[in-house]
Design a protein around this ligand. Sequence first.
Ligand code: URA
Length: 247
Amino acid sequence: MTQMRLDKFLGEMGLGTRSQVKDLIKKGRVAVNGQTEKKSERKVDLSQDQVQADGQLISYTPWEYYLLNKPQGTVSATEDNRYPTVVDLIKDKKRKDLFPVGRLDVDTEGLLLITNDGNLTHCLLSPKKHVDKVYFARLTGTLPQDSVKRFQDGLVLDDGQKTRPAQLKVLNPGSSETEALLTIHEGKFHQVKRMFQALGCQVVYLKRISMGPLKLDDSLKPGQYRPLTAKELRELKDLETGRDEAK
Ligand code: URA
């Protein structure tokens, strides 16, 4: 039987700050199992108590997982003074403690997981787990003939750091504006752009199309999102517990 204070419950479910929620309770706008409850410290049993605020049933959601197609012009953060954040885009969220798993640049589009699951996040971002991230890039400049091998061998970035092996696939050889898929297994700052820069090319468009078992749906336009499916969540959890390594 998991219990939680009423004000904490309502705060976590996004009804306001702790003091706003206390105020709501004091004003008699909150009911537990149909009875008005004016005590913030009242414990609710998450498995059976029914909590209502202004007559609306509030169901407790401990974890949320959304797959977002991040649009350009948004920032991978929870707060920002200049740009809308990726968390602002999740209009259906129940919790107020969601954050993006890793960062995409302001001008990068594509797959971003938004959750409040810290353990899973740690696992997905851990260099030890080598989670594949696949990017679609459009470039100006000419890639050297031996680019595939140079990405595979590891490149030296502008600050002297060496990258781990990455897999390059050029999609339109011979075109003036190269389109390529790049798979990396780490997440250094501006990594993809800096890897192409190390070979004399500029990324003019960048989109992440997958991260581990998660793939970007064609159905999600930039700015759109959906909850993870049960299968996607299971695959992520297998990664977290190491069960995928046994396969
Ligand atoms: N690499 C970059 O350079 N930018 C991103 O947004 C993600 C990876």
